[in-house]
Every structure is written in structure tokens, then in C-alpha cells.
Design a protein around this ligand. Structure first.
Ligand code: AMP
Length: 200
């Protein structure tokens, strides 16, 4: 199964991806995680991405598309993947379509988490607090100021993807404001229903 999880930062895409990885036996491909790893390792990509990530803007399509193209070639992604944080622009979505069509494969479904953006600032503050309490380093872009820039980037550059995928008949929406377990339940029901339709 090839799935995209769509939604603003703090909508729960990462948390929900982690919860469904084992159920479907496919990896979570988070471009944010991959970029953070590149920054931490000081690779050329990391060096290019660091400042823009810290400011809350989007890393260039060329860099991110390159990372994803390499990652989906890996053995564990052959049977499918959950894309978390990619695509984030219409150009990235078009590049993904081209990549998959070259390989003769297609996306199964795109699930958008619909959330109240006013509640997200609080969620991010909580995520930062909980991370610090576990003694782990807090993301530099999880401050209220940078978060506003990330939300702005989402509205301008990523939100148009809802129409892009709705136009292709792939979009499903779920309420991301429900408690975490309820969101997982809804997500699994959407994905299982899709898998059943494909199998029948
Ligand atoms: P995330 O962990 O998905 O919130 O991503 C953290 C940051 O990484 C974003 O604010 C961007 O700077 C960068 N990033 C992650 N994914 C992408 C993407 N698909 N396109 C451009 N920048 C990205």
C-alpha cells in the first residue's frame, strides 16, 4: 500500500504513521526525519537544508525530491510506504507522480488530517515540553515563532494539494482533532476499506 498522510505541522501525521507501520508492514518515510538526520550528520544536503529548516521555510523541491527518489528504491519500500511530510508542494506531487509512473506503480490513497489550526500552536508547545521532559533535544523549529512560519508555508504551498489529490479521486479526510486512539481507529478503517476494495 502506498499512502500519503497530508495535514499541517502538528496535525499528528508522524504519530499516526508510527502507529500503523507494523499493521501494514510498510515503512514511514518522513522527509522531515530524513532532513534532520542529514543536518545532524553534516552531509551536503544537511548543510543546505539547515538554515531554511530552522527558519520554518521549505527546503527546495530538488533536494527533497532527490531524497525521496533514493529512499523509495530501498528494499523495505518495495511493497509500499507511508509518506509523511511529502509532498509539500504541487511540484513535489507532480515529481512523485512521474517517479511512480516510471516504475509502473501508483498511489493508493491520500489521507488528509483536518485540524483546527488555532489548536496546533498549543499541541506543538506540548510536544516540545514532553520531548524536553524525556531529556531529548527539542526541535529548533518547534518554537511558537517558527511554528507560525511553518503554518504559513503549509497554507500557501501545501494546502493546494488537497484539491490536487481530490481531483485525482485519491483524497480521503479524517478528523485530526479527535483523541489519538480515535484518529488511529479512523485511519485504519479508511485504509482497510481501501485495501478491501482493491482486493475485491
Ligand atoms: P516536518 O518534520 O515534516 O515538520 O518537517 C520539518 C522541516 O523540514 C520543514 O519545516 C521543512 O523545512 C523541511 N521539510 C520536510 N519535508 C519537506 C518537504 N517535503 N519539502 C520541503 N521541505 C521539507
Amino acid at each position: 500500500m502506498r499512502i500519503i498522510l497530508l495535514g499541517p505541522p502538528g496535525a499528528g501525521k508522524g504519530t499516526q504513521s508510527e502507529r500503523i507501520v507494523a499493521r501494514y508492514g510498510i515503512p514511514q518515510l518522513s522527509t522531515g526525519d530524513m532532513l534532520r538526520a542529514a543536518v545532524a550528520a553534516g552531509t551536503p544536503v544537511g548543510l543546505q537544508a539547515k538554515a531554511v529548516m530552522e527558519s520554518g521555510g521549505l527546503v527546495s523541491d530538488a533536494i527533497v525530491v532527490g531524497i525521496v527518489a533514493d529512499r523509495i528504491e530501498e528494499a523495505d519500500a518495495k511493497a509500499g510506504f507511508i509518506l509523511d511530510g511529502f509532498p509539500r508542494t504541487v511540484e513535489q506531487a507532480e515529481a512523485l507522480d512521474a517517479m511512480l509512473s516510471d516504475k509502473g506503480i501508483a498511489l493508493d490513497t491520500v489521507v488528509e488530517f483536518v485540524v483546527d489550526e488555532n489548536a496546533l500552536v498549543g499541541r506543538i508547545a506540548k510536544r516540545a515540553e514532553e520531548t524536553a521532559a524525556r531529556g531529548q533535544p527539542v526541535r529548533k523549529d518547534d518554537t511558537p515563532e517558527v511554528f507560525k512560519t511553518r503554518l504559513e508555508a503549509y497554507r500557501k504551498q501545501t494546502a493546494p494539494l488537497s484539491d490536487y489529490y481530490a481531483g485525482g479521486g485519491l483524497l480521503q479526510t479524517i478528523d485530526g482533532m479527535k483523541p489519538v486512539d480515535a484518529v488511529t481507529e479512523h485511519l485504519v478503517s479508511v485504509l482497510d476499506r481501501h485495501a478491501a476494495t482493491v482486493a475485491s
